[in-house]
Design a protein around this ligand. Structure first.
Ligand SMILES: Cc1ncc(C[n+]2csc(CCOP(=O)(O)OP(=O)(O)O)c2C)c(N)n1
Length: 359
């Protein structure tokens, strides 16, 4: 009996733009200068928002925040490939997706300020709210994709998550179901190499996340996640395949979390400054700006104007957020379950008693 090879696989990595902003024209996605400027603006807005969130938290004006600095190329680049009728199901480190898809910045601030009412998605926007439980939302994405398929809508679902989420059973269930039922889902793993203090090599023995696609019968590819053109190109192709009924894909955006896990973390305790410095030099926004300057799409003055506009927008949203009425003690408990559970009812009564005492 001979031994035969049943399956062999290889994993491709896509890069379009180098760190100096030079592109491989043969791989360059079809983006007009206006679209490239719009992409740059939303990435800068995401960055300036992110920086302001840290300051607000440090000043005691915000609960916490999962910063996205350095990951704008990965998640903004991916969401930029969506059409309005497509769905997006993000996790918690995708501020740029929320801003791009029309979530009001003040509501996003309200959510991270601890007020769940800020998690309401505007009517008509095909997006699910922030999902803090790691990995659970990938199943929701597959459910939506399957429903869209049954309804005959030619749309795709993009869901994003960290590499830590791939160790959850939910990831396997979502990938398997999507593969078997050919759900139109694009799984985008923002592999930022750290799940809080757990490094990639302790998360998985696989040398890429992309190769996990093989086991579920779908294509998997790695892209340079700090190269926004590579991300946009790869995600666009995968979304198109999904819309055309050609099934799901897994895309690993290889990137790095240059800041702490959240404002409650201190990453200096578990990783070296040298490692971070290497990735800071690969900054996705600086790289795109270099490309744009070389190609006459941006100059120093334009760059400063984009930053000023972003800062103004953020300042306005912060002012609106800080003028909002906090929720009443009753409202804090209102939307947790359809019917309030006995322990929650007890906590609510306790809080009302305390507030009453204070008043
Ligand atoms: C089910 C669940 N387990 C644990 C946590 C605590 N937790 C929050 S983020 C995180 C790490 C997530 O890492 P990864 O998926 O790589 O995403 P990243 O934070 O790097 O963006 C953990 C363990 C959680 N929120 N949900």
């Amino acid at each position: 009996m001979p031994v035969t090879t049943l399956v062999t696989f290889s994993v491709e990595r896509v890069e379009v733009m180098d760190e100096e902003g030079n592109v491989d024209e043969s791989l360059m996605p079809d983006l007009t200068p206006e679209r490239i400027r719009a992409l740059y603006e939303i990435m800068v807005l995401t960055r300036r928002f992110d920086e302001r969130m840290l300051k607000l938290q440090r000043q005691g004006r915000l609960g916490t925040f999962a910063r996205v600095m350095g990951q704008e190329g990965a998640h903004v680049g991916a969401a930029f490939a969506l059409r309005d009728e497509d769905w997006v199901v993000p996790a918690f480190r995708e501020a740029g997706i929320f801003l791009l898809r029309g979530m009001k910045m003040e509501h996003f601030l309200q959510y991270w300020g601890g007020d769940e009412r800020g998690n309401l998605i505007p009517a008509g926007v095909r997006m699910l709210p922030t999902a803090i439980p790691v990995g659970t939302h990938m199943l929701h994405a597959v459910g939506i994709g399957w429903a869209m398929k049954h309804r005959g809508e030619k749309v795709a679902v993009l869901t994003s998550f960290g590499e830590g989420a791939t160790s959850e059973g939910d990831f396997s269930e979502a990938m398997n179901f999507a593969g078997v039922f050919q759900a139109p889902v694009v799984f985008l793993c923002q592999n930022n190499q750290w799940a809080i203090s757990v490094p990639y090599h302790k998360q998985t023995a696989a040398c890429t996340v992309a190769q996990k696609a093989v086991g579920y019968g779908m294509p998997g590819v790695q892209v340079d996640g700090n190269d926004v053109f590579a991300v946009y190109r790869t995600v666009s192709e995968a979304l198109e395949r999904a819309r055309n009924g050609d099934g799901p894909s897994l895309i690993e955006a290889h990137t790095y979390r240059v800041t702490d896990h959240t404002t409650a973390d201190d990453a200096r305790r578990y990783r070296s400054e040298e490692e971070v410095a290497v990735w800071r030099r690969r900054d996705p926004i600086a790289r795109l700006a270099r490309y744009m300057k070389k190609n006459g799409l941006l100059d120093d003055e334009g760059e400063a104007a984009v930053e000023t506009r972003a800062d103004e927008q953020v300042a306005e949203a912060v002012a609106t957020f800080e003028a909002m009425e906090p929720p009443s003690p009753e409202e804090i408990f209102a939307h947790v379950f359809a019917e309030i559970t006995p322990p929650l009812a007890e906590q609510r009564a306790d809080l009302l008693r305390r507030v009453g005492k204070r008043g």
